[in-house]
Design a protein around this ligand. Sequence first.
Ligand code: UD1
Length: 341
Amino acid sequence: MKILVTGGTGYIGSHTVVELQNKGFEVVIVDNLSNSSADIVDNIEKITGVRPLLEVFDLTDFDKTMDFFTRHNDIKGVIHFAAYKAVGESVEKPLMYYRNNLVSLMNILESMIANKVENLVFSSSCTVYGQPDELPVSEKAPIKKAESPYGNTKQISEEIIQDSVKAYDVKGIALRYFNPIGAHESALIGELPLGVPNNLVPFITQTAIGIRDQLKVFGDDYPTPDGTPIRDYIHVVDLAKAHVIAVNRMIEGKMKKDFEVFNLGTGKGYSVLEVINAFEKTTGQKLNYKIVERRPGDVIEVWADPTFSNQELGWKAEKGIDEMVLSAWNWEKALRSKNKD
Ligand code: UD1
């Protein structure tokens, strides 16, 4: 059973390729390598014993996308990760974000429809909820106006899929991720931020290993128990497994509606200081950090109600915060020792 994974050499994509191959799926990756490296395919092969096919091109190119689907006419499902994802950059370069994230999605949908590929799993985000009025946040919570062009591309993408599902022979599942962190236990794949990381955990591990001088904690005057914002961190391997279940659900015709949405979180929130404490405790590394002013655009607290995903997908996040930060640390160490060779 052949699955196309766009962005399959990226962070969440590579972990999903591993889980798909572990379940016996044949995987074809399409990636333009704009934020990842082709070497990842070697490491996926080391983990699974199977080398996925990688085709390097840009999905914003309509002709190449259509040609790909025509050549691979036995694809049963598409898991679409390929997208830009940096919030700050999207504010500076909104058109780059809209063009890349939306044009590629439309090219994929048109090519799927033309080639009778029905099943699309889409990589969405809890950012669509903004600061929710009620916690934990379920799939029924209203979509709030996006805080950034990046967030807006996720909202518009879900709408594009929803409208396409009504008009054509396609089905969609949008998976709304909370905060994916951690790395595969082999430490052969993980998150590889280009330049200075925006996200908390890569910044923690890079500070601990000495690449960054100091972690800045963005504000401790939020209305939370310790004053720092709360997020629902989820292990990337748990997240990857949910994609395999989602694509299987589509292929096996088990969807209840032609467009479904699932929250992927653990249901438990941790503050920034709690993540730092978990990191220091599990790794034995002392972290140099200081409290600075708030980062504009940060919500106070958000965590998932994963009940619907648990029930409908039969999926549950299994790994706890200690395992998440320890695996991120092991990946950081492996990465730096490799770079020294
Ligand atoms: C961010 C995006 C979100 C996106 C997600 C995935 C924003 C507002 N949200 O989520 O839309 O889907 O990344 O990439 O950017 N923190 C620090 N110091 C740091 C980095 C982070 O204190 O150096 C804090 C933040 O203030 C926040 C928490 O750590 O409270 C998590 O931040 P981060 O990892 O960037 O994720 P989000 O902001 O939740």
